[in-house]
Design a protein around this ligand. Structure first.
Ligand SMILES: N[C@@H](CCC(=O)N[C@@H](CS)C(=O)NCC(=O)O)C(=O)O
Length: 213
C-alpha cells in the first residue's frame, strides 16, 4: 500500500486508518504549498489534482472518505464498520457522507475563498459565510453525539467516521469557534488523540501535538 498526501490534509483520516489496521504502507509526503498536487506526474495518478491517493497493488483510489470505507471493508478484522446491510452500517454511511459532502466542503470554502471567486475584496464575506455554515454543522455533530451519550459516532466502538471527525476538527483550529469548543466533539477528539494509530499518523506526517489544540 502507498498513500499520497501532504501533512495535515485530507490524507489524515485514511492514513490513521492504515495505522489502526496495522498494514504496512509507504507515505508519499507531498509539498502542497509548492503545488505538488498539480505536478504532471501526480496528475496522471489523480487528474483532479487532489490528495489523498491510495495505491493498493495496481488499484488507484481517490477521495478521502472512499479510501476510509475501502480500507475498512478490505480489512474487516479491524472492525471499523458495522456488518453490511444493518441499520448501524447505514448510520456509518450517513456520518461519512455528511462529513465529506457537507462539513468538509464548507471547510474548503473557508480555507480557499480564492477557489470560489478571484476578487480578494469578497473573500472576507465568503469566509464569514463558510464559518457560519461550519458552526451550524458542528452544532449538529455535537448535538447528535451528545444525544447518543457515547464517545464515538456509532456509540461505544470506533469507526471510520471518528477518524474523519478527528481530521475535520483539526482543520477548524484557527476558526473563532473551533470544533473543540463543542463538548461532545471534544470528548470524541480527545479519545481519538490518545489512540496509538492517530499518534503514529501525526508523528509520521510531522504534525506537532501542540498544533492539535
Ligand atoms: N474530495 C476530495 C478533496 C480533497 C482535497 O480537497 N484535498 C486538498 C488538500 S486537503 C488538496 O488536494 N488540495 C490541492 C491543493 O491544495 O493544491 C477528498 O475528500 O479526497
Amino acid at each position: 500500500m502507498k498513500i499520497y498526501g501532504g501533512p495535515g490534509t485530507a490524507v489524515m483520516a485514511p492514513a490513521a486508518i492504515l495505522e489502526e489496521i496495522g498494514v504496512a504502507y509507504d507515505w508519499v509526503d507531498m509539498d502542497m504549498d509548492a503545488g505538488a498536487a498539480r505536478d504532471p506526474q501526480f496528475l496522471k495518478l489523480n487528474p483532479k489534482g487532489r490528495v489523498p491517493v491510495l495505491i493498493d497493488g495496481d488499484f488507484v483510489l481517490t477521495e478521502s472518505a472512499a479510501i476510509c470505507l475501502h480500507l475498512a471493508e478490505r480489512f474487516p478484522q479491524a472492525a471499523l464498520l458495522p456488518a453490511p446491510g444493518t441499520h448501524e452500517r447505514a448510520r456509518a454511511y450517513e456520518w461519512m457522507l455528511f462529513l465529506s459532502n457537507t462539513l468538509q466542503p464548507a471547510l474548503m470554502d473557508w480555507f480557499h475563498p480564492d477557489w470560489l471567486i478571484a476578487d480578494e475584496a469578497r473573500h472576507g464575506a465568503i469566509k464569514e459565510n463558510a464559518a457560519a455554515r461550519i458552526g451550524r454543522h458542528l452544532a449538529h455533530v455535537d448535538a447528535t453525539l451528545a444525544a447518543r451519550g457515547k464517545p464515538y459516532c456509532l456509540g461505544a466502538g470506533v469507526s471510520t467516521a471518528d477518524f474523519f471527525v478527528h481530521m475535520l476538527a483539526r482543520w477548524t483550529r484557527h476558526l473563532a469557534a473551533p470544533a473543540y469548543a463543542y463538548p461532545a466533539i471534544k470528548r470524541l477528539t480527545d479519545a481519538m488523540k490518545t489512540r496509538p494509530s492517530v499518534i503514529r499518523m501525526m508523528a509520521r506526517q510531522g504534525i506537532a501535538e501542540a498544533a492539535m489544540a
